[in-house]
Design a protein around this ligand. Sequence first.
Ligand SMILES: N[C@@H](CCC(=O)N[C@@H](CS)C(=O)NCC(=O)O)C(=O)O
Length: 178
Amino acid sequence: MRHLIHSILTAAAAFSSSSTMAPSIKLTYFDIEGAGEPVRLALLLSGTEFEDDRVTFSDWPSLKLKMPYGQLPVMTVDKGPLRTQSGAMLRWVGSKLSTTLYPVDNIYEIEETLGVVGDMVKSWQPAFSMGMRPQNYGYPDDFSKSEEGKTLVKEMREKGTERAPPFFGLLHGHAGTK
Ligand SMILES: N[C@@H](CCC(=O)N[C@@H](CS)C(=O)NCC(=O)O)C(=O)O
């Protein structure tokens, strides 16, 4: 009986300390301000300690083969399975690891702002992709280095940034009210 009580108390103590302990988080992403950067920033803003694992482009081709969707960022929590998708990570960090980043009373404003940011990314993404991977659009691999390619990428960039002012206006509106 004494042994049973001891086991129960030990298990209860382990459960209570593990449920209050901060999770051990590793975030793996490139050393760039792309999809993984908002997650890094949210972790920093939440005051959570995490392993900031930055992958070099030379290490990427071999690592890519091991990634669930061949992309970064990926995250592990307490050495659990690989988590993917930056939006899911962002919302998880905001709601689980912070009381101020993703408050339920402001979900609409936060999600609307994230939608606007998504639209901004969509507007400049084609120019970015054309510069990096013209072969995805039926052009030769080195097309963006040619004069014709440079001109096209420049035109696409200008077109993409035309919508920036209204986007910034919307974001400023939200920043100004909160
Ligand atoms: N939907 C994914 C997109 C991730 C993504 O686009 N990752 C890019 C970097 S920003 C990537 O891994 N590119 C390398 C490749 O595709 O080989 C997310 O939000 O996590």
